[in-house]
Write a protein that binds this ligand. Structure first.
Ligand code: E4P
Length: 215
């Protein structure tokens, strides 16, 4: 399973990348806005830090604008993947971009049908959103399980990025469901290697060791 970081914060990316755990990065307009820095500069810096794919999202809503933006975005670095919203115009753009050899990540996927349409149009990645489905009382994990099954049924090479991940259970469950990738917020990522009993265990071992030394 691959782990992407769902952030544009350079400090978060550096910290986790130094552990060898970062296979890629995803951003969206909200994430970029949170950094309050120039979009192009931030994407170029992330691309220089991380070896894997870095998703940068278009903001045009029409196919022509999306394709134009995509062609500009991929000039910024060789590992840029163009994030395209799941709309009719987006599917048309994905189809055109796949013919140009430009990698795409179709975002805001909430149904199996949307995932299938994006894969069929030529998406490199699809991003089903778990947390936002949970927010409206839907079973988000079923979406990952079903997408895994239908993509495998027909041999699509499109990779599933489980997105809108909000907690550790999401990460563990999407791994069980066979997602290719989980994209995880920088603030959540450290919880993947932490447990209070680990910390407590270390404290107790150190205390016992110190007592033994002073015997
Ligand atoms: C990633 O590609 C998505 O843009 C992101 O995971 C959305 O997360 P959110 O629903 O927590 O905003």
């Amino acid at each position: 399973m691959k782990f992407f970081l769902d952030t544009a914060n350079l400090a978060e990316i550096k910290r986790i990348n130094e552990l060898g755990l970062v296979d890629g990065v995803t951003t969206n307009p909200t994430i970029i806005a949170q950094e309050n820095r120039d979009f192009e500069t931030v994407i170029k810096e992330i691309c220089a830090l991380v070896d894997g794919p870095v998703s940068a999202e278009v903001v045009s809503l029409e196919t022509e604008g999306m394709v134009k933006e995509a062609q500009e975005l991929v000039r910024w670095a060789t590992n840029v993947v163009v994030k395209i919203p799941m709309t009719e115009a987006g599917l048309k753009a994905v189809h055109q971009l796949s013919k140009l050899g430009i990698k795409t990540n179709v975002t805001l996927i909430f149904t199996v049908a949307q995932g299938l349409m994006a894969a069929k149009a030529g998406a490199t990645y699809i991003s089903p959103f778990l947390g936002r489905l949970d927010d409206i009382g839907m079973e988000s994990l079923l979406l990952i399980q079903s997408l895994r099954q239908v993509l495998d049924n027909y041999g699509y090479q499109t990779e599933i990025i489980a997105a809108s991940i909000r907690n550790l259970t999401h990460v563990e469950k999407v791994a069980e469901a066979g997602t290719d990738i989980a994209t995880i917020p920088g603030t959540l990522f450290p919880k993947l290697w932490s447990h209070p009993l680990t910390d407590l265990g270390i404290t107790r071992f150190m205390k016992d060791w110190e007592a033994f030394q002073n015997n």
